[in-house]
Design a protein around this ligand. Sequence first.
Ligand code: URA
Ligand code: SF4
Length: 223
Amino acid sequence: MPNTRSRAHPGAQNFVPETGGLGRMAEAVRDCRGCDLYRDSTQAVFGQGPARARVLLIGEQPGDQEDRAGRPFIGPAGAVLRRALDEAGLSADAVYLTNAVKHFRWRRAEGGGKRRIHQRPDAGQVAACRPWWLAEVRLVRPEVLVALGATAGQALFGSSFRVGAARGTVLDWPVPDDGDAGGTIPTVATVHPSAVLRAPDRDEAYTGFAADLGKVAELLTRG
Ligand code: URA
Ligand code: SF4
């Protein structure tokens, strides 16, 4: 058998419209077949928020509830995120929320239950979905980017990126193929809000997460 890995993940580039705004993208993503994840999920979950948001946050992928509702960060991890944004003085309605991967990857619970267990998207799926969040970043052109967790951090900075070492600092993310603009966007990486929920000491984990988002708010007041 030939190695069909790349054929399994042709990538989203041929599905992303060359022109148009976020609304056009959100429609087009429904028909994306850039990797295998569209097959077992309910729908693509595109980013959401104002087209002129000053902050754009990138998570991992939709979870069970997001997959059903078609909106990002509405489940338990989303609740943690919204609370921390609020405490940092960043209204969740004023930021743009999206994910590195637009379809939900899951497996069935052992024993054949109905529950769908979250599975991390693999590197090929993350790479395949990249054109979508890149299009979002280019259209919104935020003042600050936030990478929530390792999947987003690695999608932005490559596979050797480690959140633990970088969190809470301001990194410069070079916008790819930015032509003459050749710009960078200040980027703050932090843990994923679902890691806060899984932490042995939730309060401590939450405090650290909220402090990292506080850095984002600081960057905006400075700018
Ligand atoms: N986790 C994510 O990374 N994104 C969501 O939209 C929900 C949970
Ligand atoms: Fe396309 Fe991304 Fe969905 Fe894969 S996960 S089918 S690349 S939108």
